[in-house]
Design a protein around this ligand. Structure first.
Ligand code: NAP
Length: 281
């Protein structure tokens, strides 16, 4: 029976240690501040930014929200980003995705000052990660690395198989795992024989976004299984990509959904805001 990786608890410990760092900064008269931009009224985005605001409050990071109308133009969005770039009181800028389809999100990400890019989406930060340099790493991959660390899971020399190649999870996760000396394979919707590949994984990470797509026959005995997926069933229940009941019979470690990777993503965002603040002073 797999050991459950308690992301909620590890995220709580991370927030507690960040709070100490923030308190220390405040003693020096510095308060880290995050600015969040959201365009339109996407319901899921509203929930995400509410969680981020709550987490900021918990650790003492100041939080400022810019909710723009769904008809906002690209120029208006870029002007706001520039304004926040030039505001010395703002240490981190987060642009909540998705954006309405008439807006160019890549251009918007590139406009954010890379020193305030706490999501790690700016090409400069993506490039630095690929070069193995210290940088702002996208929050979900860095949260997963923290889960390994907190559970003494050494990925060096291990076969890591990642399902999903998005810019926010799969691709940066490849670099994070390579930087820790894992042997990494990445699969996507065009991959043939995904089951065969997955079964070779010492560590299997799924970031696809389809409920129960990872079944027991894809998991090697005693593999570590990390489930990034967040899927809402018709019943309203939130589940991951992995068939948890089956997989937990076979894996050595497994993350639950909810309560696994999700809470770590927000904790690592706070970590990046504190890091950005320290670098800017
Ligand atoms: P995404 O941009 O939609 O990417 C999904 C990836 O899965 C793509 O690379 C896609 O391949 C691949 N894929 C789709 N169907 C597949 C299949 N049948 N077999 C193999 N690969 C397949 O999604 P995302 O933003 O990375 O998010 C993935 C999931 O993680 C979602 O459920 C999302 O809600 C969740 N998520 C959770 C957190 C968290 O904090 N826990 C953070 C971010 C995302 P192609 O590239 O070929 O299309």
């Amino acid at each position: 029976m797999a050991k459950i990786i308690n992301g909620k608890e590890i995220a709580k410990q991370t927030r507690e240690s960040l709070k100490k760092e923030v308190d220390e900064l405040k003693r020096k008269g510095i308060t880290p501040k995050l600015a969040v931009i959201m365009v339109g009224d996407n319901q899921a985005s509203k929930v995400y930014i509410k969680n981020k605001s709550k987490a900021c409050q918990e650790v003492g990071v100041e939080y400022e929200e810019h909710i723009l109308d769904k008809n906002t133009t690209q120029k208006e969005l870029l002007d706001l980003i520039e304004k926040l770039n030039n505001n010395k009181e703002i240490n981190g800028i987060l642009l909540q995705s998705p954006l309405p389809s008439h807006l160019d999100i890549q251009e918007a990400f590139q406009t954010i000052d890379y020193k305030k890019d706490v999501d790690g989406f700016h090409p400069m930060n993506v490039g630095k990660l690929a070069l193995g340099q210290d940088t702002f790493v996208s929050c979900t991959p860095s949260g997963i690395m923290k889960l390994f660390e907190a559970n003494d899971i050494d990925i060096s020399g291990k076969n890591v198989v990642i399902l999903g190649r998005s810019n926010i999870v799969g691709k940066p996760l490849v670099q994070c795992c390579l930087n820790k000396n894992a042997t990494v394979t990445i699969c996507h919707s065009k991959t043939k024989n995904i089951e065969e590949t997955a079964k070779k994984a010492d560590i299997l990470i799924s970031a696809i976004g389809k409920p129960n797509i990872v079944t027991e026959n894809m998991i090697k005995q005693d593999a570590v299984v990390i489930d990034v997926g967040i899927n809402k069933l018709e019943t309203g229940k939130i589940v991951g990509d992995v068939d948890f009941e089956q997989a937990s019979q076979k894996a050595s470690y497994i993350t639950p959904v909810p309560g696994g990777v999700g809470p770590m993503t927000v904790a690592m965002l706070l970590n990046n805001v504190v890091k950005a603040t320290k670098q800017q002073i």
